[in-house]
Design a protein around this ligand. Structure first.
Ligand code: DON
Length: 578
């Protein structure tokens, strides 16, 4: 009830603000409170550093931290918390993600803050009595949530590499939550579209709901979330996994039939893992190991196409598209069988990326006819013993680079905000294979490697990535997009290194995607021209139109040593340099 009253008040405030329109919002932004209205770049490249995120507000937060002497990890922590406020469909404290780090001197590391299944999770928890998946059960409500990893991840990253005090990094997010920020047109639309579901899953109301419709420039104020962020500011990891916030999260579990317990929360740890690395021509790829499938798959894809003259064939020409699609078909077949949480399943990492293995996989491919996915199975790599997300890229003044992809899984995750704590729960449990062969929300299938088990991390496609060229920093890249993440990163890299596009063109250009099953080439409008389409269709490829794929945010280090940004026009994404 208190919540409803609060929302009525907030709605009144909004009405007032609407009436007074721009003046108030402008005054508010100029006051520097909500941290900062959007700013614009005056140049196309910058020498001191750069951030690219899904929100102009989060980009501004990151840039401010860099300018105050923070390093790339400090900026990443501040951005992660800011995105939880200004990009609630994917930015999060109730979800998880991955960080890939490369120090200016070349040291690399990765941080796994992926969610985990609770101790009470079980293999068949999303099946009905006949053994069929109950789809909504792994998608909506607290039962869909894994143990959140983001706060533990940010604490671990800061402890190892951070320079500025922790509180200074959380503070901008608190201000944005308490003072509010103006919604973009896309955000207002999304929230209006989600209203019925938000209402149903949050009967006591949430700050994301309003009486009437959201309009662009409406202020979104999230007081409860500000309170939770204050706990995190003051108590670090304990501010989320213990005490008041933990109690609120567990109460939400009880209310909505979730299974996470206090001991699940207390036991959660983020894990430092050795980066996956692989060479493509003179480039070195530094990316995420399992439980992401993305790193291994990206290196398999690049190795699959490396022997062919892509540059000569040209960008999006029929041979180029056909080759990439056939590589994708085989790599995603491997993903479905061989990839899972390495703490639970022996992933044949080196076997999958071995040159000879990749070559053998591509040998079944025939230029005159599309392969059939039904005839392409996972390979037999050596070392096998048994059978809406968001990305941000940062480079700091010293040249340290951070690539982070973080997610609630679906847009707005489980669509449940923890009562009193104001943050959204993830629905990451759907990334497990809830039943062998049953597709998840991205159409991905899996088996034993990615079966649900207590304490296990669900397989991910997130592919935060850093590239070196001739031993020096070259690119920072990544994207959301579920199953399309890996192929979007793949295409963005090729756009730059093979097709000589600048960072923004490489990000903006239209994308296509194949994931083995279903046996379709998904293509954004304009990704495959009509002649190429005809040629491919005559060989048996089925091309299916699709809406926007991913939101790639990337940084390129140019020949003269300055940074060039690529912010995805599919969203409100923005790069900022200094
Ligand atoms: O980890 C994964 O692969 C998915 N949970 C990512 C979800 C995602 O990218 C949603 N954004 N569009």
């Amino acid at each position: 009830m208190q919540q409803i009253i609060r929302h009525r008040l907030v709605s009144k405030e909004r009405l007032f603000l609407k009436v007074n329109g721009f003046v108030l919002i402008a005054a508010f932004l100029l006051s520097g409170c909500a941290g900062s209205g959007p700013v614009k770049n005056s140049k196309s490249t910058y020498r001191n550093g750069m951030v690219v995120t899904a929100s102009p507000f989060a980009s501004k937060v990151g840039l401010d931290i860099l300018k105050k002497g923070g390093n790339a990890v400090d900026a990443a922590v501040a951005i992660q918390f800011a995105l939880a406020v200004v990009y609630p469909n994917a930015g999060n404290i109730g979800g998880g993600g991955f960080m890939v780090y490369r120090a200016a001197a070349g040291e690399t590391n990765t941080l796994d803050f992926r969610e985990k299944a609770g101790a009470a999770a079980s293999r068949d928890m999303y099946l009905d009595q006949s053994g069929a998946p109950i789809v909504d059960k792994s998608l909506y409500g607290p039962l869909a949530s894994g143990i959140p990893g983001s706060v533990a991840g940010m604490v671990a990253a800061h402890q190892k590499y951070g320079k500025l005090p922790w509180a200074k990094l959380v503070e901008p997010a608190i201000l944005l939550a308490r003072k509010g920020f103006p919604l973009s047109a896309q955000q207002a639309n999304e929230l209006n579209g989600l209203a019925a579901q938000l209402q149903q899953l949050n009967p006591d109301g949430t700050a994301l709901l309003k009486t009437g419709k959201w309009a662009p420039q409406d202020l979104l104020i999230q007081e409860e979330l500000a309170g939770t962020l204050e706990q995190i500011r003051d108590h670090g990891k304990a501010g989320f996994y213990e005490g008041k916030v933990a109690d609120q999260l567990i109460a939400e579990m009880k209310r909505g039939g979730g299974i996470l317990t206090k001991s699940d929360l207390q036991q959660y740890e983020a894990v430092w893992r050795k980066a996956i690395t692989g060479a493509y021509k003179q480039y070195q790829i530094i990316t995420m190991p399992p439980p992401s499938s993305g790193g291994i798959a990206l290196i398999q894809l690049l190795k699959s196409v490396e022997p062919y003259p892509l540059k000569r064939w040209g960008y999006q020409q029929d041979s180029t598209v056909q080759l990439m699609v056939e590589a994708e078909r085989r790599v995603y077949a491997d993903r479905a069988t061989h990839l899972g949480d390495p703490d639970f399943y022996q992933v044949p990492t080196q076997g999958l990326m071995a040159d000879q293995y990749v070559k053998d996989r591509m040998s079944s491919f025939n230029w005159s006819k599309a392969s059939l996915s039904s005839a392409v199975k996972a390979g037999e790599p050596k070392g096998k013993e048994h059978e809406e997300t968001t990305h941000f890229s940062i480079v700091d003044q010293a040249g340290n680079a951070v690539s982070v992809t973080t997610t609630l899984n679906g847009s707005y995750g489980a669509v449940v905000l923890v009562k009193g704590a104001g943050f959204l729960l993830n629905n990451e449990m759907d990334d497990f294979s809830v039943k062998p062969g049953a597709p998840n929300m991205y159409g991905l299938i899996g088996g034993e490697a990615n079966a649900i088990a207590p304490g296990k991390r669900m397989l991910s496609s997130m592919t935060p990535c850093i590239l070196e060229k001739d031993g020096k920093l070259f690119m920072v890249v990544g994207t959301p997009g579920g199953s399309t993440i890996i192929t979007s990163v793949f295409q963005t890299i090729l756009n730059v290194v093979e097709f000589d596009q600048n960072m923004q063109q490489a990000v903006s250009n239209k994308r296509f995607h194949h994931q083995w099953l279903p046996d379709l080439v998904y293509a954004e409008k304009g990704a495959i021209d009509s002649l190429t389409r005809l040629k491919l269709e005559s060989k048996g490829y089925k091309i299916e139109p699709r809406g926007p794929m991913g939101r790639v945010d990337a940084i390129l280090k140019t020949k003269d040593g300055s940074y060039q940004g690529g912010a995805d026009p599919r969203g409100d994404d923005q790069w900022l340099g200094w």
